[in-house]
Write a protein that binds this ligand. Structure first.
Ligand SMILES: Nc1ncnc2c1ncn2[C@@H]1O[C@H](COP(=O)(O)OP(=O)(O)OP(=O)(O)O)[C@@H](O)[C@H]1O
Length: 697
């Protein structure tokens, strides 16, 4: 067990800042989670370098040899100009780097290498991915049910939720919906606070926040930061990237990590940063906010603008005492980074990192949820059902369109009968229903993609697992899909007057239900690979177009080219099984008129075999069974895809990136050697360049 000195109050001695004592006490009592001392998080990173591969194939260093640490009981601010690498550092520390990013260096949690996603640490990202139809209170309450222990009484869960709402100043908008494309909800700043509330609800031992105060007014920014500071004083470790904090907000931070162009400009006590800048030759002018001053010293993006302004307002600048007016910011950054690497701040940071890393502390497991699987699945199903019932675009709009389209089908094929011409009409009607009508199900994809974003946020923060999500989504959608398919199927069946009989009716609507659910499941599997809704819809439409082509209507089954299209494509196509089943369901047992009254009548079985080339020896119920199995297969596929992207892809990515870097290093070495050998005068230059690059690294 670690002895943690830094759990003692830091700074002005406030033990619980903005944090409601009620929530804090309740949390400790009811969850038996004594965070200080036994499961606290000490995070260190040493020589952390992140390289990304760009679309052109080139690589770019986004972070360069960063070293630092974060201890329990402290709040660390990451500051730097836009694009300096703050989010990348948070992503690297929380094991969430993008697919094209490669990390080198050491990150240790309590002295051990740990994968930080899935609940070991909580992360409030820059994007607020929330369910738009839920109110603020509902959003936080569902989150509490998903993660708090089942045994915890309801009143206590409610008290925690209310306490968190008060801590984030959300009481006035607690009953307002978050908002989505058709519903104006809470403001951007309020959304930000809801996102923070969701993560501080469980009092995580390690919390990353990417720009928690962006979009907040100065008073809200102050109170939110004060709450975070209070949370840290309870033994939590907090790291937050922040833009432009006011001087009051800045004073709430214990440590400051200042970045510019991916390099460390300063890492140390926030309260000593002013002195550090003065020592480095950039004292903060008396009337300037220190954090504004630091950022002005290290933002080189506007050097050109500054130079042209200087030209036009020469006299004014000449009189200024500000050192920044005498040199370019690029030069200031160079001096500051050099000053830092030789300063006592850097050396003490390295010493402290080594000291912390030497102590092998508690292995932190996933701390995201303490609720049982059953509770998670139940809460998720309830939440999804509420969302689906409130979001007009999810199912209601589809219900309206389905009803309209099936009434159109009903009027066009009205009372189709058993005349000779009705044979093809019945085939066309079935093909349209199971082709185009089921195709319209992709309309729900944008809403599902929004759900996926929420799922990904919650999943990475360990709120619940993939199986709970798949089960809940399946169960919550079921009543809506039954309503849509049974309502539209009934209209179609009775208007067209398909084969009479209850079992024929039941088969028709069940087949429609299964086909629509297969499309939903297929789109779910697509969403696991392509999270962008436009791309997803295009891919989903393309796949369904191909499935329709090989369904046996546009080209008869025996005429479909055997390699690939017949085997296996037509068997993979759900349209094929739906049509095979429905043709049998509709035609078998009916007798049709022939072309002329003198010719004998045609039995349905004959048409099935000779016109539509249906395998009459196979039961239509078997076709239906195949459709239901496809639902399960696509949902399992979704599950596997998520698992693969979580477990296998990072490993492959790391391997490829390592190979690429190695290859680059080798070719660089050979390239410079070749050049030096060919031109003796260049040899000295290359040797010097290689030596200086080794010195820098
Ligand atoms: N996966 C990536 N692929 C390509 N470039 C990347 C990737 N990740 C980061 N970068 C680049 O690295 C730089 C730092 O990005 P990052 O988002 O970390 O900056 P930031 O300091 O958080 O910026 P902001 O304050 O604007 O959010 C940017 O120039 C960005 O384009």
């Amino acid at each position: 067990m670690l002895e943690i000195e830094s759990n003692k109050p830091v700074g002005n001695g406030i033990v619980v800042g903005g944090l409601s004592p009620l929530s804090e006490t309740l949390w400790k009592e009811k969850t038996n989670t004594e965070l200080i001392g036994d499961v606290s998080a000490r995070l260190t990173w040493k020589d952390l370098t992140v390289t990304v591969t760009l679309a052109s194939g080139d690589t770019q260093k986004v972070l360069d040899g960063l070293t630092g640490y974060a201890e329990p009981g402290t709040i660390t601010a990451l500051m730097g100009p836009s694009g300096s690498g703050k989010s990348t550092l948070l992503d690297a520390l929380s094991s969430r780097l993008a697919a094209n990013a490669f990390l080198s260096g050491t990150i240790l949690l309590n002295g051990r290498k740990t994968k930080m996603s899935f609940g070991t640490a909580a992360y409030v990202t820059q994007d607020d991915n929330l369910i738009g139809t839920l109110t603020v209170r509902e959003t936080i309450s569902y989150s509490a049910s998903l993660r708090l222990p089942d045994k915890m009484p309801r009143e206590e869960k409610r008290a925690l939720v209310e306490g968190t709402i008060v801590e984030m100043g959300l009481q006035d908008c607690a009953n307002t919906a978050v908002g989505n494309w058709h519903l104006r909800g809470i403001s951007g700043g309020e959304k930000r606070r809801v996102s923070i509330a969701l993560e501080i609800l469980m009092r995580p031992r390690l919390l990353f926040l990417d720009e928690p105060t962006s979009g907040l007014d100065s008073a809200s920014a102050f109170f939110v930061t004060q709450t975070l500071r209070g949370l840290s004083r309870g033994g939590r470790t907090i790291i937050a990237s922040i833009h432009q904090p006011s001087s009051e907000v800045f004073e709430l931070f214990d440590r400051l990590f200042l970045l510019s162009g991916g390099e460390t400009v300063y890492f140390g006590q926030a309260s000593e940063a002013c002195e550090y800048f003065a020592q480095a030759g950039f004292p903060c002018p008396s009337l300037r906010n220190p954090s504004d001053h630091f950022l002005r010293c290290i933002n080189a993006d506007f050097d050109k603008v500054k130079a042209s302004l200087k030209g036009s307002m020469k006299t004014r600048f000449e009189r200024s005492d500000d050192p920044l007016d005498k040199i370019t910011t690029t030069e200031a950054i160079r001096r500051l980074t050099e000053f830092y690497t030789h300063s006592q701040y850097y050396h003490s940071a390295v010493e402290k990192v080594d000291e912390i890393a030497r102590v092998k502390g508690t292995v932190l497991d996933s701390g995201g949820s303490q609720a049982s699987f059953f509770m998670q699945a139940f809460t998720l199903t309830k939440r999804s059902f509420v969302n689906m019932s409130r979001d007009f675009g999810y199912y209601w709009l589809r219900l309206v369109i389905y009803l309209v389209v099936t009434i159109c089908i009903g009027t066009i094929y009205l009372n189709v009968g058993t005349s000779y011409s009705s044979i093809l009409a019945r085939g066309a009607c079935a093909s349209f229903v199971f082709g185009f009508v089921t195709f319209m199900s992709i309309g729900g994809f944008p809403s599902f993609v929004e759900d996926m974003k929420v799922f990904q946020r919650e999943r990475l923060n360990g709120h619940y697992g993939v199986s709970a999500f798949v089960i809940s989504n399946t169960l919550a959608a079921m009543p809506f899909l039954i309503l849509i398919t049974f309502a539209s199927g009934t209209i179609c069946y009775f208007m067209v007057r398909l084969h009479p009989g209850f079992m024929h009716y039941l088969f028709f609507v069940l087949c429609l239900y299964a086909s629509v659910t297969v499309v939903e499941s297929l789109m779910m599997a697509i969403a696991s690979v392509v999270p962008n809704f436009l791309m997803g819809i295009i891919i989903g439409a393309g796949i369904q177009g191909i499935f329709m082509l090989v369904s046996g209507y546009f080209r008869l089954p025996n005429d479909i080219p055997k390699p690939f299209w017949r085997y296996p494509m037509s068997y993979i196509s759900f349209h094929y099984w739906a049509l095979q089943g429905q043709y049998q369901n509709d035609l078998r047992g009916l007798i049709f008129d022939n072309q002329s009254p003198d010719l004998p009548k045609i039995p349905g079985e004959y048409i099935l075999e000779n016109v539509f080339q249906i395998d009459v020896n196979r039961s239509k119920w078997l076709d239906l069974l195949v459709l239901f199995s496809m639902i399960a297969i696509y949902r399992i596929l979704f599950f596997i895809m998520i698992k693969v992207s979580e477990d296998v892809t990072p490993w492959i990515r790391g391997y490829i990136a390592r190979r690429r870097l190695q290859h680059k290093k080798n070719s660089k070495k050979h390239g410079s050697a070749d050049l030096a050998n060919r031109t003796p005068s260049l040899r000295a230059y290359v040797v010097e360049a290689e030596a200086s690059s080794t010195r820098t690294s």
